[in-house]
Ligand binder design. Sequence first.
Ligand code: GDP
Length: 196
Amino acid sequence: MIIKQSDFAVSAVKASQYPQDGLDEIALAGRSNVGKSSLINTILQRKNLARTSSSPGKTQTLNFYRVNDNFYLVDVPGYGYAKVSKKQREEFGEMIQDYLETRAYLKGLILLIDGRHEPTADDIAMYDYAQYLNLPILVVATKMDKIKKNAFNKTEATFRKHLDMNKDNVTFIPFSSETKLNVEKVKDWIQDRLDE
Ligand code: GDP
């Protein structure tokens, strides 16, 4: 996939605010600070389209980025952020559920998990939820530049220990925004979902 154009389209907290032009969508989810904004910027070859920050949990809306006037990348707010109230967390969960469970244009979910650590309980819950929704899932292990090449297999094995990835709808890709490792593979996965 060649990225010719990308722009921020809209933020939404409810369905009436979602884009109305009928383009396909690919959602991205992951814990706060996992590297989601960085991945979006890397994929789209933009320095600062999605905000990256070291203060996690800032993005509390669904952010729609229009790409090539052909599809949207949908940035789902990072989960597992401690410094929000129970009420905020519930509203948050509802917003994400509403979107993921009702959006007919949604063609797949990219789930980002920190490649340096074991998947957390939140990561596993999100993965199981995506399976329950029956979505095509791309599991991206992030920040792999921090992992020595000869330990890559260990990361994958650790992920497989916690997530049952031996399924037709699941793909696993180790990734780094820092070194651009496997950027093309992630783009190819997106293209395949759009072509389906
Ligand atoms: P988000 O909260 O998931 O959107 O995460 P960000 O993209 O804002 O990244 C969180 C932090 O991780 C920032 O300090 C980034 O510079 C860092 N980071 C993101 N991707 C990578 C990566 O591939 N390698 C390394 N070493 N750091 C990364």
